[in-house]
Design a protein around this ligand. Structure first.
Ligand code: NAD
Length: 265
């Protein structure tokens, strides 16, 4: 596959470029960045990458596959261009507004898209465990979710924390928007039954920690995932890209890529 990486100069972009250099059936044909960055036109200096690869702000028509780890506000325009050109799309960027999410769904009517706020196998397994735990334990167990990330992360709470909260809500058969509590401050009163609390911690270079707590009067269950290296997300993103080749248009998740859920229809 011929891959374009959007957000190539970022933390994930650099990890993706490094990871791609080890893959035999994958060529990075474009390293796309914002037009106003000084690196535009300059080389991507990473071991093992093809000679002559330079950062570009142009849309990569040469690519058959786009991997996007950039910024939420740029996603609608990027995915619309990919849909016009029939390019396969892996979307890892988080923090999308409802409107931006609508643009992803619209594009997925024309092209196959894997969209996940977390491409790691461990977190996708954790989603299953959380859904099942929430269903099994019931509302006697208060659910609180904490996430910790490096100080440069732009959105909060993390897309993964939101996915975990959605999995917990689904396990209880409720809508997250009806039960979510994003942080607490002041005289907030007693905790309502069934509330799902979500809390973001920022600092240092933490790649990504998530814990889901189920707290009853007599016991507490805690499910934790800690990402040690961004390459776990890069590995998942390229697995998603390979899985998408030759697929019908539609919106897929890492659950499909990892075989946790069958593709319908
Ligand atoms: N799905 C996952 O598994 C996963 C894992 C880690 C990070 N993320 C998400 O990926 C995104 C990037 O994370 P990061 O830590 O690399 O951030 P980062 O800020 O280091 O990198 C983002 C890059 O995108 C670039 N960018 C912005 N607008 C652009 C545009 N229009 N075209 C091309 N590039 C553009 C920025 O210049 C920057 O270099 C975030 O939304 C983050 O939450 C997802």
């Amino acid at each position: 596959m011929n891959v374009a990486i959007l957000g190539a100069a970022g933390r994930m972009g650099q990890t993706l470029l490094r990871f791609a250099a080890q893959l035999p059936d994958c060529e990075v044909v474009a390293a796309v960045e914002r037009a106003d960055l000084p690196c535009i036109g300059g080389p991507v200096k990473l071991d093992g990458l093809p000679d002559g690869l330079a950062y570009t702000a142009e849309w990569p028509d040469v690519a058959d596959t786009v991997i996007d780890f950039s910024f939420h506000a740029t996603v609608p325009a990027s995915i619309a261009k990919a849909a016009e050109r029939g390019q396969v799309y892996v979307l890892g960027t988080t923090g999308l507004t409802d409107e931006e999410q609508g643009a992803v769904r619209k594009a997925a009517e024309k092209i196959p898209v894997v969209w996940s706020s977390n491409m790691s196998p461990g977190v996708n397994l954790l989603l299953e465990l959380v859904r099942r735990s929430a269903a099994t334990l019931g509302v006697d167990y208060d659910i609180e979710i904490t996430e910790a990330h490096h100080r440069l992360k732009k959105d909060a709470p993390s897309g993964t924390a939101i996915m975990l909260a959605q999995a917990a809500a689904a396990g209880r058969g409720v809508e997250l928007r009806d039960v979510a509590c994003y942080g607490r401050e002041g005289i907030v009163g007693e905790r309502p039954v069934g509330e799902i609390g979500i809390h973001a911690i920022r600092g240092g270079s933490v790649v990504g920690d998530h814990t889901v707590m189920f707290m009853a009067n007599e016991e507490r269950v805690e499910l934790t995932h800690k990402a040690g290296d961004r390459s776990v997300f890069a590995k998942g993103a390229f697995a998603a890209a390979a899985w998408l080749q030759g697929r019908a248009a539609g919106l897929y998740s890492m659950r499909h890529v990892l075989g946790f859920e069958e593709v319908r229809g």
